[in-house]
Design a protein around this ligand. Structure first.
Ligand code: HEM
Length: 387
């Protein structure tokens, strides 16, 4: 499933997902330009952006607004449920004690999801599109993949996916759900936290905007090809991921019996890796609680550290076989969105608020979001039209 997911849906060759990122970032910039001089809720802005990107990549541009709203509310209910405290998750024999009605809500959300995705899959089966068609989407990609390995013998056409290459309708639902939940909260969280850290640390905002001015100039907007040259912006994003990993706790299961730091851990134990506290560990990071992107610059203390899972002190995308399969798409989205927001606009805090007054607390949820939504005021920065 991972292979299918990465090769057919996320690779650079799957141009639809990447085009969806560019188009939706353009719309976001447009939305900001209509609010020049007034307060914008950055949280809402970036959540709308990430939902639109992921939804369009998965279901295509053709899907109607009612379907989009229905699906968004299902995903939001799942996100809320993931962050609910349920005693049975920690003490399994108390699972029956469902005082808060979480099991019922989960059952309802799963039914709604089943119903929704079944309908979408059926619509795709009735109306098959070639994967290269301009309006093809991720589901068309999966169907095309099924037809390819199936030699066109029917599973995809009949909708009877059971038993075929081990891939069932439920697997397809799981992939779609993974994408929706894995992508929306994480992308939005990184963009909002980066903007918040830059507003909290105006000297860093100055450095990153200086780089944008030097690399791009103030007479044009950002192009995709500029991203490779925006080295300080990449350090800023890394530093945000260190302090605010969007998935703060990784949930895994041990495959073998093992001993860690003198503790015996039997196989099939559930383990949680606290990426949030590892990123702030004072024995691994100098001045661990401060926002210092320069530490990742070529002459910084941590210049050689990347986030591909090779350095256990920095695991924002996890590590190993279950690490995030979408690092290229995720970083591309975050870099392009931030480059556009920071190059086209200057940002200040609303109502004379000073940077020291900005609340930087975390909220406990599936993704580590800011407890208090960031609100900021944009002004135009360039000598040219932004849109
Ligand atoms: C900057 C944005 C992102 C961050 C920081 C991030 C981070 C992560 C992390 C920490 C994990 C769990 C790794 C583990 O348990 O060891 C994960 C898994 C996953 N992510 Fe991402 N992610 C991002 C964007 C995305 C996007 C855009 C997508 C899809 C389009 C995505 C899809 C997934 C999926 C499907 C998994 C589950 C993989 C598996 O279980 O094998 N992520 N991600």
């Amino acid at each position: 499933m991972r292979k299918l997911f990465v090769q057919k849906l996320l690779s650079r060759r799957c141009t639809k997902s990447w085009a969806s990122v560019r188009d939706n970032i353009d719309s976001t910039v447009k939305m900001v330009t209509v609010h020049i001089g007034s307060s914008i809720n950055i949280h809402e802005l970036v959540c709308t952006l990430s939902k639109a990107i992921v939804f369009r990549a998965a279901f295509g541009a053709q899907i109607n607004i009612e379907d989009r709203d229905e699906f968004t509310s299902i995903v939001e209910e799942f996100s809320r449920l993931f962050s609910e405290f349920h005693i049975g998750d920690f003490i399994p024999w108390l699972k029956w004690m469902d005082l808060r009605g979480i099991n019922q809500r989960l059952k309802r959300a799963r039914l709604a999801l089943d119903h929704f995705i079944d309908r979408i899959i059926d619509e795709h089966l009735e109306n098959p599109k070639e994967v290269d068609a301009p309006n093809a989407d991720m589901i068309d990609g999966m169907m095309a993949f099924l037809r390819e390995v199936d030699g066109g013998k029917g599973a995809a056409e009949t909708g009877d996916l059971q038993g075929f290459a081990g891939l069932t309708r439920n697997n397809i639902k799981a992939i779609i759900m993974d994408i929706m939940v894995g992508a929306t909260g994480t992308i939005a969280s990184v963009i909002e936290w980066t903007m918040a850290e830059l507003l909290k640390n105006p000297e860093e905002m100055k450095l990153v905007q200086q780089e944008l001015a030097e690399v791009i100039g103030l007479d044009r907007t950002v192009k995709e090809s500029d991203l490779d040259s925006l080295l300080y912006l990449k350090c800023v994003i890394k530093e945000t991921l260190r302090l605010h990993p969007p998935i703060p706790l990784l949930l895994h299961e041990t495959a073998e019996n093992c001993v860690v730091a003198g503790y015996y851990i039997p196989k099939q134990s559930r383990v949680m890796i606290n990426v949030w506290s590892i990123g702030r560990d004072k024995s691994a990071w100098a001045d661990a609680d401060s926002f210092k992107p320069g530490r990742f610059a070529p002459d910084g203390d941590n210049a050689n550290i990347d986030f591909k899972g090779n350095f256990f002190e920095f695991l924002p995308f996890g590590s190993g076989r279950r690490s995030c399969p979408a690092i290229p798409l995720g970083t591309y989205t975050v870099e392009l969105a931030l480059a556009n927001l920071l190059h086209s606009f200057n940002w200040t805090l609303p109502d004379g608020m000073t940077s020291s007054e900005l609340d930087m607390g975390d909220a406990f949820a599936l993704a580590a979001l800011k407890a208090v939504h960031l609100v900021a005021v944009p002004s135009l920065r360039l000598n040219c039209q932004v849109v």
